[in-house]
Design a protein around this ligand. Structure first.
Ligand SMILES: [Zn+2]
Length: 349
């Protein structure tokens, strides 16, 4: 598989990003190229080959159904111009701490907070790639609480409610950390701990935990258990420095970038965003992260606004569906040369 190249397949810098995506049509063409790198493939019948009808639509050469580039992706039926989407995606992928809905609303002249909020949640929803690699090697695992006094999660029964979260971090010898995973945990039962491990840690890994009893039946084959007997509470955090570091960085990020304005129902997707960025912290090219995100977005089924409101119970501070929202203005610039078309990239979807 060819690797996408900086400067041809994805922009190297913000300046290059602006030069490439000067119009909504440029964005649409890039999205079509990301979605069908080898040329149009019909989503209805699977036939490879067809022609562009103009605008966003393509017609299949076999079944003659027409399809829009954005149909069946997270950009399905969007009223937000693609220049605005691309800029949001660029900021999301390239800013060290991401971007809050409020900043996005202000910087891109998006009419309502809800629209900006929903855009960021649609981007978050593509981050968890099915079948992604699990953590391997030596992995620290521990639970923590997020919320409480310092971060009053919204949507709970009471402000100050704490949510149980489990963290796993690869330990790199002699020092340092690799990738991380975080998830909400219903309880500290062996079954809940085991389910998290199976989803997130490769068989054969050495799993380091504190002395909590329920880890004993949870960390059995195919894992090797390194249980720090007698260690619990603050003492354990020194023995599990990876999870301790990730927990404090995540809490600081929720308080900083998002000012604690995170409702409990969406905490899991914020943690996914944090982990996505943490695991790419050493990536030399932020542009590549942008490209990978668009690849995921083009392959991800549409996410409806009602699906983003995870909790059906009406709650005062969960954003309401936008009413008569305005279409944000396009960020169009003068047309550019579409350099990704000058050199074809063959890669698997
Ligand atoms: Zn077809």
């Amino acid at each position: 598989m060819d690797q996408p190249r900086a400067g041809t397949h994805y922009p190297r810098s913000t300046g290059e990003f602006q030069a490439w995506f000067r119009s909504d049509a440029d964005c649409l063409d890039y999205l079509a190229w990301v979605r069908w790198p080898g040329g149009f493939t019909c989503p209805s019948c699977g036939h490879a080959g067809g022609w562009r009808l103009g605008g966003a639509r393509y017609e299949c050469a076999a079944c003659h159904r027409s399809t829009s580039v954005t149909a069946g992706t997270i950009f399905d039926r969007t009223r937000t111009p693609l220049t605005v989407w691309f800029t949001a995606c660029w900021l999301f992928a390239t800013q060290k701490d991401g971007i809050s809905a409020l900043s996005l609303k202000r910087s891109l002249e998006i009419g309502s907070y809800q629209t900006a909020w929903a855009m960021l949640h649609r981007l978050r929803s593509v981050l968890v790639r099915p079948g992604r690699d699990r953590l391997a090697g030596t992995v620290e695992v521990d639970e923590t609480y997020i919320g409480g006094e310092e971060l009053g999660l919204r949507g709970g029964r009471a402000r100050g409610k704490k949510v149980l979260v489990i963290i796993a971090v690869e330990r790199i010898e002699p020092r340092g950390f690799g990738r991380a995973r975080m998830a909400l945990l219903a309880d500290t039962s062996a079954a809940s701990l085991r389910a998290f491990l199976v989803d997130n840690v490769e068989p054969g890994a050495t799993v380091i935990t504190d002395g909590l009893q329920s880890y004993r039946p949870a960390v059995i084959e195919p894992y090797i258990h390194d249980r720090l007997v007698g260690a619990a509470g603050p003492a354990a955090s020194k023995l599990l420095p990876g999870v301790h570091t990730v927990a404090s960085l995540a809490k600081r990020w929720l308080l900083g970038t998002h000012q604690g304005a995170v409702d409990e129902a969406h905490l899991a997707s914020y943690l996914n965003e944090f982990v996505f960025r943490f695991n790419r912290r050493r990536s030399r090219s932020r542009g590549l992260v942008f490209y990978r995100m668009l690849e995921l977005a083009a392959a991800h089924e549409p996410v409806r606004y009602r699906d983003l409101i995870a909790n059906p119970e009406p709650r005062a501070r969960v954003p309401l569906p936008p009413r008569a929202r305005g279409r944000p203005p396009s960020l169009e610039r003068e047309p550019a040369n579409r350099p990704w078309r000058t050199d074809n990239l063959t890669h698997s979807a």
